[in-house]
Design a protein around this ligand. Structure first.
Ligand SMILES: Nc1ncnc2c1ncn2[C@@H]1O[C@H](COP(=O)(O)OP(=O)(O)OP(=O)(O)O)[C@@H](O)[C@H]1O
Ligand SMILES: [Mg+2]
Length: 477
C-alpha cells in the first residue's frame, strides 16, 4: 500500500487530502510543518509527498530541498496559491514532481498522486538495479575516494544486509551519522522505520522511557502511555548516537534487553518483543572507556560486532578538494550561482588540519562562499581562519591550540563562521547540559518561555517531546 505524506499547516486541508487519499487505498501520514514532515520522512518510507508551498518557518520548497538532500528524490507535489504559477515552475526546475493550484481539483489531486507513486516505484526498481551494480545513493552521499573511505564503503556494503550490530567510531564531524544512514539505507530494512536517539541530548532520567516507553502513571508526569523507540523501530533500525555518553545504569538495562530479546515499558509488566537492528556511534574510544570503567565490557562486546572506524580528515587529505567542491556545488544549486574554488584555495585547504573534520570544512566553505562576492573563491580570502568546532575532551587532535582554555572573547570568536542557527543550537544544548536536562531551569536562564524552548528544540531536531512533564516536575522539586 503506497504511503503518502501530507504537509499542510491548515487542518481542514490536511483532513480533506487525507480522506480522499485514504479512500483511494493509500496510507496517509500528516504533518503541520516542514520540520514535522522531515521527521516523518526519517521515521518511515514514503512514496510521495503532497506539500503546501506556504508553511510557517520552513516553506514547502525549503522542506523539499532538505528532504531531497537527506532522503533522495521522493516525488514531491507542491500545492500553490492561485497566481503563483511562476514559483511552481521554478519549483519543478528544482526537482518537484508536479504542482497543483488552489483551489485544488480533487480528481486532479488523485491522478497526480497516482503518477507520483508510479514514479516512486520506478525509482525504487532503478535503485535496486543500481545497487546490484554496486552504486547506491546513500553511499554516493559519502564523498571521498581515499583508500580509507573506500574501505569504509566496502564494509558498509558487506554488513548492511545482515542484522549484525554495527559500532561506528570516529572523531567529531567525520561523518559517522552518514555511515549509519547508509547502513540502514542499504539494508533489507530500508523501507522500515529508522529512528535515532542521541544519548548525549537526553536527560538521564528520561533515557529509559525514551528507549523502552512507559505506561500511564509509571512516574509523576507520565500522563499517558508512550511507546519507546525500540517498539517504534520494530522491523527497522535504531541508531544510538553518542553511545559513549550512556549512563552506566542505562547500559545495564540495554544489555539485559539485548540478552533477553524482550523488554517492557516502564511501569508495565508485559514482555514486548521488537525486531530491531542496532547501529551505534561514538566519538570516544569505547575500548578505552571500558578500561576506565565508564562503559560495560559485556555491552561493548554485544555492540561491537561489526566495527567501522571513520578516519579523521587530516588522515585522508586527498578527499579535501572533492568534499570542498561538493559543498560548493550544493551552495551553487541552492542559491543558483556558479561560484568556483580556485586551485590555490584547494591546495590551501588540503594543508589545513581540520580538527572539526568534515563538518568544519563544510562550515568553512559556506563562510568563504558568503564572503566572496565575485565568481572565484581564491586563497586570499582563505586567510580567514576556519571556524573552530570545540573538540571533545578525549579527541586526539594534533592542533592543541584549539583545546587551550579560552576567554569569553575567544569563545565568541570561535563561533565566527557558524550559521546563527548552529550557534543557537549549541547554546541550547550546552545550557540544557548545564542544568542536567532540566528544561524549566534552562528556559529561565535563557529568559525564554518553556514553550519557546520546546519549539526551538523541535526546530533543531533535538529531543523535546513528552519530556516536558517530567522535567517540570524536576524543576518544582
Ligand atoms: N564523506 C562525507 N561526504 C559528504 N559530507 C560529509 C562527509 N562526512 C561528513 N559529511 C558532512 O559533515 C557533517 C558532519 O557529519 P556527521 O554528522 O555524519 O558527523 P559525525 O561523525 O556524526 O559527527 P559528531 O560526532 O559531531 O556527531 C554533516 O553535515 C555531513 O553531511
Ligand atoms: Mg553524529
Amino acid at each position: 500500500m503506497p504511503t503518502i505524506l501530507v504537509i499542510d499547516d491548515n487542518a481542514t486541508n490536511r483532513e480533506t487530502y487525507t480522506d480522499i487519499l485514504q479512500a483511494d487505498g493509500h496510507t496517509v501520514m500528516a504533518a503541520a510543518t516542514g520540520e514535522e514532515g522531515l521527521a516523518k520522512l526519517t521515521a518511515a518510507a514514503v512514496d510521495a509527498v503532497l506539500c503546501d508551498l506556504k508553511l510557517p518557518n520552513l516553506d514547502g520548497l525549503a522542506t523539499m530541498e532538505l528532504a531531497h538532500e537527506r532522503f533522495g528524490n521522493v516525488p514531491w507535489i507542491l500545492i500553490t496559491g492561485f497566481g503563483n504559477e511562476e514559483t511552481a515552475v521554478a519549483a519543478i526546475k528544482q526537482g518537484a514532481f508536479n504542482y497543483l493550484t488552489k483551489p485544488v481539483d480533487l480528481g486532479r489531486l488523485k491522478a497526480t498522486v497516482e503518477s507520483a507513486v508510479r514514479m516512486a516505484n520506478a525509482n525504487r526498481e532503478n535503485k535496486a538495479l543500481r545497487r546490484d551494480l554496486g552504486y547506491d545513493e546513500a553511499l554516493d552521499r559519502i564523498v571521498g575516494t581515499s583508500a580509507q573511505i573506500k574501505a569504509v564503503k566496502t564494509t558498509i556494503r558487506q554488513v548492511a544486509r545482515t542484522d549484525a550490530t554495527v559500532l561506528i567510531e570516529g572523531e567529531s564531524g567525520t561523518g559517522k551519522e552518514l555511515v549509519a544512514d547508509a547502513v540502514h539505507a542499504l539494508s533489507n530494512r530500508s523501507g522500515r522505520p529508522y529512528l535515532k536517539i542521541n544519548m548525549a541530548a537526553i536527560p538521564r532520567d528520561l533515557l529509559e522511557s525514551e528507549l523502552f516507553g512507559h505506561e500511564r502513571g509509571a512516574f509523576t508526569g507520565a500522563v499517558s502511555q508512550k511507546k519507546g523507540k525500540f517498539e517504534a523501530a520494530d522491523a527497522g533500525t535504531l541508531f544510538l548516537d553518542e553511545i559513549g555518553e550512556m549512563p552506566l545504569d542505562s547500559q545495564v538495562k540495554l544489555l539485559r534487553v539485548l540478552q533477553d530479546g524482550s523488554f517492557s515499558r516502564i511501569g508495565g509488566n508485559q514482555a514486548l518483543n521488537a525486531d530491531v537492528r542496532l547501529v551505534c556511534a561514538t566519538n570516544r574510544n569505547l575500548k578505552q572507556e571500558v578500561l576506565a570503567n565508564r562503559f560495560r565490557m559485556d555491552l561493548y562486546f554485544r555492540l561491537n560486532v561489526v566495527h567501522i572506524q571513520v578516519p579523521p580528515l587530516r588522515e585522508r587529505r586527498e578527499d579535501i578538494p572533492l568534499l570542498a567542491l561538493s559543498f560548493l556545488d550544493r551552495l551553487n544549486r541552492r542559491y543558483q550561482t556558479q561560484k568556483e574554488l580556485s586551485e590555490g584555495l584547494l591546495q590551501h585547504l588540503r594543508r589545513m588540519d581540520w580538527p572539526g573534520n568534515v563538518r568544519e570544512l563544510e562550515n568553512h566553505i559556506e563562510k568563504l562562499y558568503v564572503l566572496t562576492s565575485g565568481k572565484i573563491v581564491g586563497p586570499e580570502i582563505a586567510g580567514v581562519a576556519p571556524a573552530r568546532v570545540p573538540a571533545p575532551a578525549n579527541h586526539r587532535s594534533e592542533v592543541p591550540a584549539t583545546q587551550a582554555p579560552v576567554g569569553p572573547d575567544e569563545a565568541i570568536a570561535a563561533l565566527v563562521g557558524l550559521p546563527l542557527d548552529e550557534v543557537e543550537r549549541r547554546l541550547l544544548l550546552a545550557t540544557l547540559a548545564h542544568f542536567e536536562g532540566n528544561k524549566s531551569k534552562a528556559a529561565r536562564q535563557l529568559q525564554i518561555g518553556v514553550k519557546t524552548l520546546y519549539r526551538k528544540l523541535q526546530e533543531y531536531g533535538l529531543p523535546s517531546e513528552e519530556h516536558g512533564d517530567a522535567a517540570e516536575v524536576g524543576a518544582k522539586a
